[in-house]
Design a protein around this ligand. Sequence first.
Ligand SMILES: *Cc1c(COP(=O)(O)O)cnc(C)c1O
Length: 477
Amino acid sequence: MKLLFERSVPGRRSTLLPPCSTPDAPLPEDALRKSPAPLPQLAEIDVERHYTELAKQTYGVNDGFYPLGSCTMKYNPSINEELAALPGFTGIHPLQPEDTVQGSLEVIYETTNLLEKITGMDAMTLQPAAGAHGEYTGLLLIRAYHRHRGDTTRSKIIVPDSAHGTNPASAVMAGFTVVNIPSDDKGCVDLEGLRAAVGPDTAGLMLTNPNTVGIFDPNILEITRIVHEAGGLCYYDGANLNAVMGMARPGDMGFDCIHLNLHKTFSTPHGGGGPGSGPVGCKDFLAQFLPTPVVVKNEKGYAFEAPANTVGKVRSFYGNFLVVVRALAYILSLGKEGIPAAAQGAVLNANYLMKRLADLGYDMAFPGSCMHEFVMDLSNLKKETSASAMEIAKRLLDYGIHPPTMYFPLIVHEALMVEPTETESKETLDEVAEIFGKVLEEAKADGARLHGAPFCTPIGRPDEVNAARKPVLRWQP
Ligand SMILES: *Cc1c(COP(=O)(O)O)cnc(C)c1O
C-alpha cells in the first residue's frame, strides 16, 4: 500500500478556503522555516481513500472473533461511547472549581462505590491509567504500610510463575525484590513452595487469579492465610475479574489490595496502548496511603480530599476519566443480575469452546474445566507435523479470525491461550470451532505448508523482533 507521501503530486490541493482577509502577523526571522515543510500534496479524496484502506487492514472486535487470551477483547456496547461523548463530560477542564463539576465528581464517587462492592474492598483510587500502573500503585501502598509501621526489613514480593508478566516488573519498579515460586502440576500455587518462601522479609504476595492458565486457585484461602501469618500483605491482580465479577470477591478471599482493568472487564475498547484505567482498591487500613486526591461526599456535595498519608500522585489529575464514565454506564446497564451473568457467560463460553477443541484433537495444557480462558499445548502437534502454535495462529488469520495469545504463559510450551468472552454467541463459537478443526486437519496433512501462512492477509510474517526493537515510525524521503 502506498504512503501519503508516495501519493503526493506537486500542487495538488484539498482546501477550498477563500483568501484570508486578516493581515499576516509576521513571525521573527529566526522562527521562520528556511524551506517549506515536505508535506504530501493531495486532494481530499486521496486522503479519504488512504485512511479507508488503512481502516480495512486493521482488525477489531467489531470485525469478528478476537479470542486474545488474558486481554478480554469483548464487545463494548455503543451506549457507553455515547455517554462518554456527552459534552458535559468532554468539555470540562481538570482545574475547574469543584462546585462546577459536581456531576463528574459524582461519577467518580459512584463508580468507586460500585467497584468497591464488586471487589469487596473499602476504598479505591481511579488514578492509575493501566493495569500495570495499578499494580505499581498497589505495591506503593504495601510499601508505605510497612514503612509506616517502622518495618523496613520487608523487601520481598512473592510472585508465582503463573502470574502475568507485569507482576514481577511492577514489583521491581516499586523497589522490591521478586521471589518466584513454582506452580504445581495443575497450574496452581505450590503451597509447600509458598510456605518455604515466606518469612520476616516478605512484604507481600501478588496473585493473578484466575491465573494465566485460566484456573481459579482452589487453595486461595490457604494462600492468603500463609502470607498474612508471615506478616505480608496480599495483592490480587484483578485484570481477569471478568471470570468472577458478581460471583466472588477478592476482599472476601483475604486480599488487602487489588487492581482492575476497566479497559478489559468494564468495557472500554483497548489495544494499541490506551487510554485505559487500572483502579486500585484496598482495605480500610491501607486507605490512608491512597494516591491523592480521592472524592468524598459531604453536606455540600462532592469534594476532593487528600488521604492522610498519601503516596502522592501516580498520574496527572484524576486518571482517564472518560474510561470511568464508560465503566459506570456498563455497570449500571448490566446491574446486579447482569454483572454475574456476564461472568457466567464468559466461563461457559470458554468451557464450551475448550471442550469442542479438545474433541477435535487439540491438546489442553491442563485437564478439567477452566474459568474464562484456557491454554492449549501444541508441543505434540509440532513434533508430529512441524506445525507449531505460531503456524496455527498464522493460518487462523486466513479464515478471518484473530489468533489467540501465543507463547504465553511461559510455563506452557507451544501455548495458545484462548479467551472467547461472554459476548460471543454459540453460533460464532461453533463456526470458530469448525475453523480450528480445518486448520488442525491442514497441519496434519501438510505441516510444512503452514510455515508460509498466512496466505491472504496484506502482511504475511513480519520480522517481529525487528518490528519491536527497531520500528520504522518515520517516513524518510
Ligand atoms: C492485561 C493484564 C495486566 C496488565 O494490564 P495493562 O493495562 O496492559 O497494563 C496485568 N495482569 C493481568 C492478569 C492482565 O491480564
